[in-house]
Design a protein around this ligand. Structure first.
Ligand code: BEZ
Ligand code: FE
Length: 260
């Protein structure tokens, strides 16, 4: 993003005034010193130089915005988009691999039905756009491995074949990691798969699906992101071995009436 984009000036002015007023309360409550304010300013400079400003806002505030807007409208709970969405290829066979995954990578067959909350009717042709980290917690940031678009069939059913993503810690070497370390906190996200669902060219839902195998479900550093309704039930399937686990899970998607 370059210059401040078009936001209604009166709305922007009102939000800015409120932000400053709330921060003054924090300064008074904690008797924040000028030196500490300068430390904060230096931190913001480093944050800006690292390009991580947007991610810090995501971590601290995105879920509050998602919940405050309350667009679920009786549908699947929305969740933050996060920083790694891109343009993804169509995957007619539902296989999200751009290259063969490691032999030992746990496989996941994920399927479900897309329905309208208002009528309960399935949504044939719904467009489902998936992206996720791999079994080592790494996103493909330059290619399209573990990224792809599938379409619901005539019965509203979708299916993908992928690997079970791992928890990931993205900010070990940037100012966000520095801030969390300074507070004695970890900066790990609970393992998840991102999903964006569109109908008729309109995005109806952006959410995340969490893996029950994660050890960070209770402490995801994006506060408020994880919820039981967005967490899969995994069933181990035939062909699973201790060296190469295979899982299947169902996740139905309900498109709410209030969804944007
Ligand atoms: C994510 O959803 O992938 C994400 C969200 C906030 C910060 C970093 C990553
Ligand atoms: Fe993510």
């Amino acid at each position: 993003m370059s210059e401040t984009p078009a936001i209604d000036p009166a709305r922007l002015g009102a939000i800015w005034a409120d932000v400053v007023e709330q921060l003054k309360t924090v300064v008074r409550r904690h008797r924040v010193t000028q030196d500490e304010l300068h430390v904060a300013g230096d931190f913001l400079n480093r944050l800006g130089q690292s390009g991580m400003g947007r991610s810090l806002i995501d971590v601290a505030l995105a879920m509050t915005s998602v919940d405050a807007l309350d667009v679920a409208g009786g549908g699947t709970r929305p969740n933050l988009e996060g920083p790694y969405h891109a343009v993804h290829p169509e995957r007619p066979d539902g296989v999200l691999f751009e290259r063969p995954p490691a032999e030992a990578a746990p496989r996941l067959a994920l399927s479900g039905v897309v329905r309208e909350a208002a009528t309960g009717a399935p949504v044939p042709g719904a467009r489902l756009d998936f992206w996720q980290a791999d079994e080592n917690g790494i996103y493909d940031r330059t290619g399209t491995h573990l990224r792809g678009v599938v379409h619901a069939d005539a019965a509203g059913r979708y299916r993908i074949a992928t690997v079970l993503p791992s928890d990931y810690s993205e900010h070990d070497h940037d100012p966000i990691g520095e801030l969390f370390r300074a507070m004695g906190r970890h900066n790990t996200r609970a393992a998840h798969i991102h999903l964006k669902v569109s109908t008729g060219g309109r995005v109806r839902l952006t959410t995340q699906i969490f893996m029950p195998t994660s050890t960070f479900l209770e402490t995801d550093y994006v506060e408020g992101a994880v919820s039981p309704d967005l967490t899969l039930d995994l069933a181990e399937t035939s062909g699973s071995t201790p060296a190469a686990r295979r899982y299947a899970a169902e996740f139905d998607v309900v498109l709410g009436v209030g969804a944007p």
